[in-house]
Design a protein around this ligand. Structure first.
Ligand code: NAD
Length: 331
């Protein structure tokens, strides 16, 4: 397809929850207009407060200029009518609850309301091909999987369904890069894409170690943060494997793989917490006890810590790209 360049002032975000308000804030902080829609009026009000707090934080950190900060709220329009929110937009990013039938309902409405806008879903892992099945021209449906908090974490996985237009996916990736994100086009529409598959494999083993009593949660988190997690932002997986030596990696794999938890059901320890409605910070208890913590203060602290990492990440991007040192040997 590829008709015209995406106008960054013509974006609508559908769903104003954790991800939706954060994605909309990303556009508004870049100086672009964005419309935000939610079925629940109270969510829109909450989103407005949360987005103001994000802009204040970015201003305090020197990441948002004075004028952009003062005019931040003027660039966002709030809607409880989907037609008004999506009128003459180039891009819609859907971020409603993770329910495939709900997403299909929304995409079917978007199909009627928009002619040729790109329709993107922020689903964490549902099939883009299935979501696109309710749209007359499925080539304009694509996944844009942002990571929380979306206004800080650089990655957006741009997921192609079987009918997604190649050029559309690549132009959308370039557009997201121009917003300061790091877009990676995912060629195969597989459950969980790349990020969540790797993350879930790791989390599954961590819950299993906790249930086995190998260590407490603080120590498991310490092993991750001070150990292999410390290296991850610099080396990723394969640069690390090449630097350690594939022979070493292979020797460890040959005796360790059979020891790992290869369960196929949700982890029993996590299932037990869900049964007790211990969902984490939002209910006060999860793996840890958060009852004495103010969730807003916790979020502000998380953002501050992540912004320091983002400084390093962006500095690194400006330096010689390590990709110039090698070419891919295997695919
Ligand atoms: P959330 O529960 O915080 O927000 C969902 C929002 O959708 C709510 O505001 C709700 O009112 C709204 N909504 C529900 N039905 C609607 C409808 N019919 N029309 C309009 N709005 C409606 O959820 P979230 O965490 O923001 O997740 C949104 C999407 O992003 C999901 O697909 C999720 O899997 C994905 N995602 C979440 C995360 C994360 O860390 N939370 C990360 C990446 C992707």
């Amino acid at each position: 397809m590829s008709k015209k360049a995406i106008n960054p002032d013509k974006t609508a975000v559908v769903g104003a929850g954790t991800m939706g308000h954060g994605i909309a804030a990303t556009f508004a902080m870049k100086g672009y207009r964005v419309s935000l829609y939610d079925i629940d009026e109270s969510q829109l009000q909450k989103a407005e407060q949360q987005m103001t707090a994000i802009a204040d934080r970015f201003y305090a950190e020197g990441r948002l200029g004075q004028e952009a900060h003062q005019t931040f709220n003027d660039r966002i329009s709030y809607h409880n009518d989907l037609a008004a929110a999506t009128e003459s937009v180039d891009l819609v990013i859907e971020a409603v609850s993770e329910d495939v039938d709900l997403k299909k309902e929304i995409f079917s409405e978007l199909d009627q309301l928009t002619d040729d806008a790109i329709l993107a879903s922020n689903t964490s892992g549902f099939s883009i091909t299935e979501i696109a099945s309710v749209v007359q021209n499925p080539y304009r449906v694509v996944g844009t999987h942002w990571f929380n908090p979306p206004y800080i974490v650089p990655l957006v996985e741009v997921v192609k369904g079987t009918a997604t237009d190649d050029r559309l996916a690549s132009e959308l990736g370039d557009f997201l890069d121009s917003l300061g994100k790091t877009a990676v086009v995912i060629e195969k529409d597989i459950p969980g894409y790349i990020g969540n598959r790797i993350q879930m494999a790791m989390t599954y083993e961590a819950f299993s170690l906790l249930a086995e009593g190998v260590a407490n949660a603080e120590d498991i988190d310490k092993v991750v943060k001070a150990g292999f997690g410390f290296r991850l932002p610099v080396l990723g997986i394969f640069e690390k494997a090449d630097q350690s030596g594939i022979d070493v990696h292979h020797a460890v794999e040959s005796y360790l793989m059979k020891e790992l938890d290869r369960g196929t059901d949700p982890d029993p320890a996590a299932s037990q917490l869900v049964e007790m409605e211990h969902y984490g910070v939002k209910t006060g208890r999860g793996v840890y006890d958060w009852t004495n913590i103010d969730p807003d203060a916790l979020k502000a602290q998380r953002d501050e810590d992540l912004l320091r990492l983002l400084d390093v990440y962006e500095e690194d991007l400006d330096q010689t790209a390590p990709e110039e040192w090698y070419t891919t040997n295997i695919r």
